[in-house]
Design a protein around this ligand. Sequence first.
Ligand code: G
Ligand code: G
Ligand code: MN
Ligand code: NA
Length: 253
Amino acid sequence: AELERDLRLALERDEFLLEFQPQVDFVAGRVVSAEALVRWEHPRRGLLMPDSFVALAEETGLIVELGDWILNRVCHTASRWARSGVDQRISINISRRELAQPDFFDRLNRAMQRHATPPEMLELELTETLMMKLRGDTYKALVGLRTRGVRVAIDDFGTGFSNLAQLRDLPIDRVKIDRSLVRDIAISVEARTICSAIVGLVRGLGLAMVVEGIESEEQIELLRVMGCSVFQGFHLSRPVREAVYLERFGVMD
Ligand code: G
Ligand code: G
Ligand code: MN
Ligand code: NA
């Protein structure tokens, strides 16, 4: 209850912030995009991670306002990056509740317009379970966004026991291989087998991918042999605030 009251005040008090985690393309030899991750700088509890407040925001409906704040902050940031020659997309996590809002796509469009954000600068991440049960109108809206250049990714792929045949028909540009599939590949043959099968499936469908949760060099080496080239994880960088991100990864080209 206390946290709920604080959450209501947090937007007014401007206590949310974004961190960015790089996605590195080892073939291109550069950082290609950043995942935006929300945090809450709580006045007494310190920096809170989304696991401790996104569910509450969803239950209370505050996710709509918080989601709007995130969309605007990302669109603003992406617009600035584009203008200063930082050639990297920004990915935004979209929750089920956010996507269920009838005006979600209007809100996104408004944020893009307000900040004059080039659509090519954005990527939406929807979880596998969410993707597998898209409503017709959501499906169409995603197709429309992709036509304009916004990319769509499946997040947490490999955790949802999906109907894999459906993967072919989804309006997506790339797949994010979930970190649970990668965690043990350096120490377990079984883990390696499963990971390699999933990677093979995604590649066979001609979809681009990023592997998340990279915590060691060995994982990268094994995944490169499997044909993966884009990686995200603590081994490459923890999520960091924008100023730090730009200093470390914001090389202009
Ligand atoms: O950054 P961290 O590992 O703590 O994120 C935990 C979870 O919170 C992840 O599943 C992530 O997708 C989710 N998350 C992080 N940032 C956002 C956001 O801006 N919006 C939504 N809806 N979820 C987010
Ligand atoms: O569900 P989603 O994929 O959006 O979750 C992203 C979250 O994963 C981020 O909050 C980030 O902090 C976390 N994360 C990023 N890299 C790693 C990693 O290498 N290991 C672990 N355990 N978590 C990671
Ligand atoms: Mn994500
Ligand atoms: Na994920």
